[in-house]
Design a protein around this ligand. Sequence first.
Ligand code: GUN
Length: 296
Amino acid sequence: MMSENVPKPIIENHVIKGKRLSKRIRKQIKAEVAELVEKFGQPPKLVTIIVGSDPGSQMYVRMKRKACEKAGILSEHHDLAGSTTQEELLALLDRLNDDSTVHGILVQLPLPNHIDEKTIIGALNPLKDVDGFSPMNVYRLFYGGEKLSAATPHGIVTILDAIGMNDLSGKHAVIINRSNIVGKPLIMLLLNRNATVTVCHSKTADLSSWTRMADVLVTAIGRRTSSDDAYYITAEMVKKDAVVIHVSTPFGDVDFDTVKDKVLGITPVPGGVGPMTITMLLRNVVDAYLTQMKQS
Ligand code: GUN
C-alpha cells in the first residue's frame, strides 16, 4: 500500500501542478519565518504601494498580501490616488527605504503615465527591492546571481527545477515575451541553466517556426490573435514532449486541451505560474529580511 507520506507528483496527466508546488514551498517558508521571528524578535514586513485604481493591480496586491499574512509576514498597504505626484511617491519611498521595520517594498506596476517607472524603480533601496527590478538587482542577475530576482521568471525556473529540468544543456527554450517583468529576466535565469534561448515577440515573423523547435516554451502573450480571436498556441505549433509554461490570464494564449496531450507537461491557468509568482515574492521578502537582519 502506498504510504500517505509519499508526496504527490508535480506533473499529473501532463498538467504541471504549480499550485501544489507552491503550497509545498509556502509551508517551508512559513516554518522558516516562525524560526526567524524567534531568532531576531521581529517579523519580516512587506510594504505594497498602488498608485491609481487599476482593477488588476488591486486584485494582485490583495493576493500578495494575503499570502504574506498566511506565511507570518507582516504587510502594510498604501493605496495612493491616481493624482499622486512623482515627488510624493519618491518621498514615501525615501521614508520606507530608511525604515528598519520595513524589509520589502513593492510598487505595483503599471504606474500612471505622469510617473516615470524607471525613476521610481531606481529610487528603491536594492536590499528592499523584492521585485528584483532595481538596477543593482538586474546587474546581479546579469552576473548569475538569483537572489531577489523577478518573481514570475523565478517561479518559472523553480517549476522547471521541480520537474527535473534544472540543467537545460542541449535544450532550446523559446520565450514569447520581451517585457522587463517576464521575458528579459527569464533569459538570464534560463541561460544560467545552460539553455539555448530564443525570444519571440509581436514583431517576430513566422512564430510557429520557432515554437515548434522549443523543448521549453514559455508563453506570456496575454491575449488571443487579433484577427479571429483564436488561440495563439495550438497543438501543431508545439513540439511533442515539450514543456509548455503558460503565463497568462484565463483568456490566454494556449489551446490547453489540445496541447496538453502532446506535451510532457503544461501549466494550467489558473493554478500554474500565478501561485508560484506569489510564492517567489514571499521567498524574496524573507531573503531581503535575512540580508537586512544580518547587516543590522
Ligand atoms: N505588475 C505586473 N506584474 C508585476 C510584478 O511582478 N511586480 C510589480 N511590482 N508589478 C507588477
